[in-house]
Design a protein around this ligand. Structure first.
Ligand code: NDP
Length: 310
């Protein structure tokens, strides 16, 4: 039987995904009619990006599941009109991209590369960076992305502490959880990486109080979500020297307005939400596998816990 799959995203996403998604569905053995437009009552699955204007799922009366193209599902998880399973994106290409971006910025800050690149002024300043073994890194969030980043950094020799909601055991990482764990995770964090989802429980996890726990001059790297940081508190911590540098990829408002103080701050690097992107080839395979599972009455992969919000 043919399943009807609605692709609900921006037009340019359709151009990117149409062929790989069709191929992946074929290879998964799913007979699918894949389109950007269907009468809602005929749709079996929705492949969804938050850029889609679709907000009311009530007319989709035979919908089996919504499959997000994004890892972050904060714009849809609280949608009360959605009464079917919601799966988020876990994609090896997305994970590898995040590992590369995080590792690159950790190494940049660890080695003091900014000073080398901008300080070509004829002065022979010989500042030897410590070895990775003497640069503790903390990652808030030990999910698909945080864990992969932590394992890579640990393999490079950094002492890595990770923090999550539930207890974890990951070889090579010191794993902490809960409120007490957060305090201990921050105390040693010369470089702090935020890879938490945007939920009510993670809003402003980095605030005046938690920023004060960091070692003086710590680096903050945020590829998670803008809501994780109290922006005023971070700017105050930067001005006071408590935070030495912040590299920020995500913001409460995106694109970040041109007059936002982050743009002008000498110790802030803004990147335009490019830390990692869902990769069409591998992401299409993940979507096709979940549709295959739905049709085979097997459990969906990577379901969102709608109560927790991630
Ligand atoms: P996961 O859901 O796999 O992992 C989330 C992690 O956060 C888990 O370890 C979870 O703990 C932890 N966590 C959640 N809530 C809390 C809490 N209240 N206290 C402590 N820990 C908590 O997500 P991913 O790793 O796949 O992605 C993380 C985020 O990265 C996404 O939600 C998205 O916002 C962002 N992202 C950014 C991109 C970019 O380009 N900038 C690209 C892709 C994603 P536990 O393990 O106990 O459940």
């Amino acid at each position: 039987m043919t399943v009807n799959v609605l692709f609900a995203a921006r037009a340019e996403n359709w151009d990117t995904y149409r062929a790989p998604l069709s191929d992946a569905l074929d290879r998964a053995g799913v007979a699918a009619d894949l389109r950007t437009d269907f009468p809602p009552e005929l749709v079996d699955y929705i492949v969804y990006a938050p850029s889609s204007p679709l907000r009311d799922f009530t007319p989709f009366t035979r919908l089996r599941a919504v499959l997000s193209l994004w890892a972050g599902v904060e714009t849809i998880t609280g949608n009360r009109t959605l009464g079917v399973p919601l799966a988020r994106m876990v994609d090896d290409g997305l994970t590898r991209g995040m590992v590369e971006w995080v590792t690159g910025h950790v190494m940049r800050h660890h080695l003091g590369m900014d000073a080398q690149i901008t300080g070509q002024d004829g002065v022979w300043r010989k500042a030897i960076p410590p070895l990775a073994a003497d640069r503790p890194v903390t990652i808030l969030g030990l999910g698909e992305l945080g864990r992969a980043c932590g394992e890579t950094l640990a393999a490079l020799g950094f002492p890595v502490t990770g923090w999550s909601r539930s207890p974890k055991s990951i070889p090579g990482l010191l794993c902490l959880h809960g409120p007490d764990g957060l305090t201990a995770a921050l105390d040693s964090a010369q470089i702090l990486v935020l890879l938490l989802p945007d939920t009510p429980a993670t809003t402003n996890v980095l605030n005046a109080e938690t920023l004060a726990r960091l070692p003086r001059g710590a680096t903050v790297i945020n590829p998670g979500r803008g809501t994780l940081i109290d922006d005023d508190a971070l700017l105050a911590a930067l001005d006071a020297g408590q935070v030495g540098h912040a590299t920020l990829d995500v913001f409460r408002t995106e694109p970040l307005p041109a007059d936002h103080p982050y743009w002008a701050h000498p110790r802030v690097t803004v990147t335009p939400h490019i830390a990692s992107e869902t990769r069409a080839e591998t992401a299409s395979q993940a979507i096709a596998e979940n549709i295959r599972r739905g049709e085979a009455a097997e459990p969906f992969l990577h379901l969102v816990d709608r109560d927790l919000g991630y």
